[in-house]
Design a protein around this ligand. Structure first.
Ligand code: 2IO
Length: 413
């Protein structure tokens, strides 16, 4: 019998570690309800799949949680032909041989450049010394935007992202996020205007100069789409990379295995995304009464899908808390290998950057594994995570053999 468990999503114990609550949800086949914010939380794999695939679960909440800081609607808010056309346009900048080659060159160069200083010192914090800058630089270059202001953009990104990913914001936080959003938009606006009649490579140029009859977009539509892609590409990337290296470096046998057989990187990334989904919440709102596992949720109800919980559903993933690169088989008819995870969502709004992120993470992880000899997590470090909407390691200090000149093709400082 399915039931409803009431909980407090703001409870610090839950936010520090949501996994016991996920386990409780699975043990009793429950749906969670936070009566304080009148919102249901789905964490079973089949419930989350149903919600993400059903048009009755609309993306209306984004109008208040994202649009104010994006300046216009994001892709996830669109439906029908408009969604199809714009999604296809953005996707076209990420697919095809030429784009992939260009992206790979960018990713390899940014990774090498950012490694040159850590290589000399034999240490790097994968979040603060590498990941945050790396994810912003790769995103900007792929989009075809200049990188000289990347430090400002990282700060504005944080302000904008915190608005979207906070379940409750104080007035001061809101004002800060809105100020970051204004600064970001003011920075992007003249850049896109300049690109309107040029044709350098990258998504931004493509959005500014649509070739087909898919309609010319207004400036605020273009900026919101660009911001959407910047956020979606930058926010989860450093987190996933750090989780991946945590899972590798914390287990020397596993690290050696992956170093020797790089084919294992793809399943290691999938397993990382399953076990430590960087996006833990996906908001929806019901356009009509819907039954989820026999429980009737009323029209208008707000719902959060919890991919991080669905990815630990024991009816799909055997021994779900275990990091298992060889994960293949299942306990039910569902596929159950790590790629059955819902970290990229599902349905029409499934992450359009999923394939790009796979290439990005694999390429960068390969370079890190090649260059960082004797890789280990710094002793005395205690692993901690933060965030509940987007979640990631607070830090990941790594140590390795310093290397003065070899393998540092371009020392840039
Ligand atoms: C930017 C949470 C970083 C998306 C979002 C308002 C829309 C959408 C997502 C992901 C990741 C972000 N939502 N990407 O969950 O584009």
């Amino acid at each position: 019998m399915r039931n409803i468990i009431e909980f407090d999503v703001m409870d610090p114990t839950f936010q520090r570690n949501p996994i016991p609550m996920y386990e409780q949800l699975h043990a009793s086949d429950a749906i969670l309800l936070d009566p304080r914010i009148d919102t249901y939380f789905l964490g079973r794999h089949d419930d989350v799949t149903q919600a993400l695939r059903s048009p009755a679960f609309t993306t209306a909440p984004l109008a208040t949680s994202a649009q104010p800081v994006m300046g216009d609607r994001v892709l996830a808010q669109m439906e029908g032909p408009e969604h199809k056309a714009k999604r296809r346009l953005v996707l076209s900048a990420f697919s095809g041989r030429q784009n992939r080659d260009r992206h790979s060159r960018i990713i390899a160069r940014v990774t090498s450049d950012l490694l040159s200083s850590p290589m000399r010192h034999g240490r790097v914090d994968l979040i603060s010394d590498f990941g945050k800058t790396y994810s912003m630089l790769v995103t900007l270059e792929v989009l075809g935007l200049p990188t000289d202001r990347h430090r400002d953009l990282i700060a504005w990104h944080e302000g904008v992202a915190s608005f979207i990913t906070s379940l409750r914001v104080t007035e001061a936080q809101k004002q800060h996020s809105l100020a970051c959003s204004r600064a970001f938009i003011a920075y992007l606006t003249p850049l896109t205007a300049d690109l309107r009649d040029g044709s350098p490579s990258g998504l931004v140029a493509l959005l500014c100069n649509p070739v087909s009859g898919e309609g010319v977009m207004t400036t605020s539509e273009i900026i919101a789409l660009v911001l959407n892609v910047i956020l979606a590409a930058a926010e989860p990337t450093d987190k996933t990379l750090a989780y991946l290296f945590y899972h590798l470096a914390s287990c020397p046998v596993r690290l050696e295995r992956v170093k020797k057989d790089r084919q294992l990187l793809a399943p290691a990334i999938a397993e990382t995304l399953r076990l430590n989904s960087p996006v833990q919440l996906i908001p929806r709102q019901l356009s009509e009464d819907v039954s989820v596992g026999g429980i009737r949720l009323p029209a208008g109800a707000r719902v959060f899908c919890m991919p991080g919980a669905a990815n630990r559903d024991p009816s799909v993933f055997r021994d779900p808390a275990r990091f298992d690169i060889d994960r293949r088989q299942v306990t039910t008819a569902l596929p159950g290998n790590a790629s059955a995870h819902l970290a990229f969502g599902a349905g029409t709004h499934v992450c359009l950057g999923a394939a790009f992120s796979q290439i990005q993470l694999e390429l960068t992880a390969n370079i890190l594994l090649d260059r960082l000899r004797g890789l280990r997590i710094s002793p005395r470090f205690t692993f901690q995570e933060e965030g509940f909407y987007t979640r990631g390691p607070v830090a990941l200090p790594l140590e390795f053999e310093p290397c003065s000149t070899a393998n540092t093709p371009k020392a840039r400082e």
